[in-house]
Ligand binder design. Structure first.
Ligand code: CA
Ligand code: CA
Ligand code: CA
Ligand code: CA
Length: 513
């Protein structure tokens, strides 16, 4: 019965979710392109009216883009049963009224959504085969014009499908600037250990990167090229907040409206003889030979990893997840697969890689906006227990503007946020990754640039690139069987490809996923 009730609730949510996404992303983009056809404006206005009606019925918070981030005030001790029976703001929705609304308005809403997906209602946010600039500013000094890096981040930005497992995700995507504003820095993972940097000082990059406490060394990776043991501790009750707001992250209305909360980009050139020869174990060097390929990395932050095991075992604060693409400018110019060479998803320390050259079938379902590429090792019963998964399958979502199938589909595991390429496959004792809850095509993320040459596109970018400590404090291991701790930042993961001329990377030794 639980599953039946859950499915019903998710279906009712889905239209609202899609509505949020369309209103949010399109509204933001529309301001960049100026005037739009009157029919599009009318459709958008009508959607806003329907959106407001639905939110009033379900008690959902109204999103005001001008309002500062809301701190979630869900009580961590609140029973999951209570969470299921009420909405986010604790207002109990009337199921009968919500159902009646859907019966009366779903068809109209779907028609409006289709209308707004028409290219004339959308800006050219993701152009296929863009004219590739060969010149232009290269402020992160990696040899690629920064404008090209941003075009590629936009073109291949992922489509996220969050999962339902007895409830909707409540450890949401988290804006790193907000997370830092409700945290402190500790000398260990014990949340009552010595405070090295007090709350309120973390948003200043100079402070958190200027630490040099006892034998921990510098907290800045450009001064101390190693993984350090500084711990960022999101506070259960920061000044003016309660209920562990850093762990829970941003409100869903904010996440869906902005499309890139906690999402950051990194783009780097690599030289390869063939795209299949790329390996995350290889540290780039100036002696690499071959053609130019470009690695496009998306890094998503969450404030908490909830493994859903007894006694919080395997939980930890802070959670960095990544999906990545390998792209060939030359193949793009030749019209081959839009230049897309490989897609990489990561979950539970394993890589799920798909080389486009291994494609044996390419199927689009008529009622879906994505294609599934099946490879030489296609098997819907795969298990990560058996190791990395190669050339099994991957799904690509169609861009609403260009109609290109270019956006990697990511099924986000409930609570633990591991990135799967399909709702199939499994691993030992993991929560669902069914993709049947909130979903959205992400908006283009800020480009972090390189560690040694940051781009400063967002205030928190420098800390993400250079803080060499851990992005959480609390974690729960089980002696002898489960070892876990908060993650280090993106550049201290094996999936982060450092440019060939880095003077830091070779000092870091072997990194893990
Ligand atoms: Ca560059
Ligand atoms: Ca904490
Ligand atoms: Ca770069
Ligand atoms: Ca995780």
């Amino acid at each position: 019965m639980r599953l039946g009730g859950g499915a019903t609730r998710v279906r009712r949510h889905a239209a609202g979710v899609m509505l949020f996404a369309v209103l949010g992303c399109v509204a933001v983009m529309a301001t960049r392109v100026g005037a739009e056809p009157v029919a599009c404006t009318r459709a958008r206005q009508r959607l806003r009216v329907l959106d407001q009606q639905l939110r009033n019925l379900t008690g959902s918070a109204h999103h005001d883009p001008a309002r500062p981030l809301r701190r979630r005030e869900i009580d961590d001790d609140e029973s999951s049963e209570r969470r299921r029976s009420t909405d986010r703001d604790g207002v109990t929705a009337d199921p009968g009224a919500v159902h009646a609304w859907h019966v009366a308005h779903d068809a109209e809403m779907q028609a409006l959504l289709r209308q707004l997906q028409d290219p004339e209602c959308q800006p050219p946010s993701c152009t296929s085969s863009p004219p590739l600039p060969h010149t232009g500013d290269d402020n992160d000094q990696d040899g690629l014009p920064d404008e090209l890096e941003q075009q590629l981040l936009t073109r291949f930005r992922p489509y996220f499908r969050f999962s339902f497992d007895g409830g909707a995700e409540h450890y949401n995507p988290t804006d790193v600037g907000f997370y830092l504003s409700v945290s402190e820095v500790l000398e260990s993972g014990a949340e009552d250990s010595h405070v090295i940097l007090a709350n309120g000082l973390l948003p200043e990059a100079g402070r958190i990167l200027g630490l040099d406490y006892e034998d921990l060394g510098s907290s800045d990776i450009t001064k101390s090229a190693k993984a350090s043991r500084y711990h960022i501790n999101p506070l259960e009750s920061p000044p003016g907040g309660s209920g562990n707001p850093g762990r829970h992250g941003n409100e869903w209305s904010d996440v869906l409206a902005r499309g890139n909360v906690g999402l950051y980009g990194h783009v780097v050139p690599v030289r390869l003889r063939t795209p299949e020869s790329f390996s995350p174990d290889h540290v780039l060097s100036a002696s690499d030979v071959g053609d130019l390929y470009i690695k496009i990395e998306y890094w998503q932050f969450f404030g908490y990893n909830n493994a859903n095991q007894v006694n919080d075992i395997a939980d930890h604060e802070g959670d960095w997840c990544s999906v990545q693409v390998l792209y060939s400018p030359e193949r793009d110019r030749m019209g081959q697969d839009g230049g897309l060479c490989a897609i990489f998803h990561y979950a539970h320390g394993y890589e799920m890689r798909f080389d486009v050259s291994a494609t044996q079938s390419r199927d689009a379902l008529p009622d879906q906006h994505w294609v599934e590429l099946r490879g030489s090792a296609y098997n819907s019963d795969a298990n990560l227990r058996d190791g990395n998964i190669l050339n099994n399958c991957v799904r690509l979502v169609q861009d609403p503007v260009t109609k290109e199938f270019c956006h990697p589909l990511v099924y986000v595991e409930y609570g633990g946020h591991e990135f799967w390429p399909t709702e199939d496959w499994t691993f030992i004792a993991v929560p669902n990754h069914n993709g049947s809850s909130f979903q959205y095509l992400s908006c283009s993320p800020p480009n972090l640039g390189e560690v040694e040459h940051p781009l400063h596109e967002c205030d928190e970018g420098l800390v993400i690139l250079r803080f060499n400590g851990l992005w959480g404090a609390f974690s729960r291991s089980l002696a002898g069987s489960v070892e876990t701790e908060p993650p280090h930042g993106p550049p201290l993961h094996k999936q982060w490809t450092w440019p060939a001329d880095s003077s830091i990377r070779w000092l870091l030794g072997n990194l893990s996923f």
